[in-house]
Design a protein around this ligand. Structure first.
Ligand SMILES: CC(C)(COP(=O)(O)OP(=O)(O)OC[C@H]1O[C@@H](n2cnc3c(N)ncnc32)[C@H](O)[C@@H]1OP(=O)(O)O)[C@@H](O)C(=O)NCCC(=O)NCCS
Length: 186
């Protein structure tokens, strides 16, 4: 297991099987708000589904292909993680979501900063991507705040609630990363 402090009282912890109930509870609690942008919400019907997601992400972690971490501040607030690492090209995409009541505090920007620092500094990746729907301004504000470059738009690249959404592609290269090195405990 790893954990890393984002700020006092808030930390990232690798998602483990025992977190499945807390993860499902968070999704249930914020279902209407999360489903607007996250296609997997519609396919999450019970704790079995969150458990399957956690198992898959633990397998991903044990194969050195990425991870999913919970954001904890007394309770599970949200999730940040990576898609499968493309080791051939030393790049990966980061994804995230946080409960509605925890928005607007900069928690996800700080979580992204920590994770991206880990990806460049510890895993020696060359490129990190963040993609979000063109209408998802709160999500797009995060890579913008972190100095990512908007590189283009993937047209109708994601099917959410029956609609194909255009995705903005933001990229950060290792040599351009100005993140602050924070403690990361493997
Ligand atoms: C996308 C999402 C994670 C953004 O959450 P967020 O809380 O806006 O993001 P941050 O944690 O970076 O917080 C930024 C906000 O906190 C404020 N803030 C306060 N302290 C801050 C700090 N120290 N640093 C940065 N921002 C800070 C910012 O001004 C900003 O507020 P604003 O939206 O009123 O301008 C969240 O809206 C979400 O989970 N949405 C649903 C799922 C989703 O869309 N996921 C992404 C799919 S691509």
């Amino acid at each position: 297991m790893f954990r890393a402090e984002i700020r006092p009282g808030i930390e990232l912890r690798l998602l483990e099987e025992r977190h499945a109930p807390a993860l499902f509870h968070r999704i249930q609690h914020d279902r209407d708000y999360l489903r607007e942008w996250l296609p997997f919400i519609e396919a999450t019907h019970g704790e079995d589904d969150t458990l399957a997601f956690i198992r898959a992400s633990l397998e991903q972690f044990s194969s050195n292909e990425g991870f999913a971490a919970g954001i904890w501040g007394g309770e599970l607030m949200g999730v940040i993680g990576t898609r499968k690492i493309d080791w051939m090209n030393r790049k990966v995409e980061v994804g995230y979501w946080i409960g509605r009541e925890f928005q607007g505090r900069g928690i996800m920007t700080d979580a992204c900063r920590l994770v991206i620092d880990h990806l460049f500094s510890d895993l020696d990746l060359h490129r990190v991507e963040i993609q979000c729907a063109t209408g998802n301004q709160k999500s797009a504000a995060i890579p913008r705040r972190l100095g990512f470059t908007l590189e283009g738009t993937r047209r109708q690249a994601e099917l959410v609630n029956g609609k194909f959404l255009d995705l903005l592609v933001f990229g950060m290269l290792r040599q351009d990363w100005r993140g602050v090195r924070l403690p990361w405990t493997p």
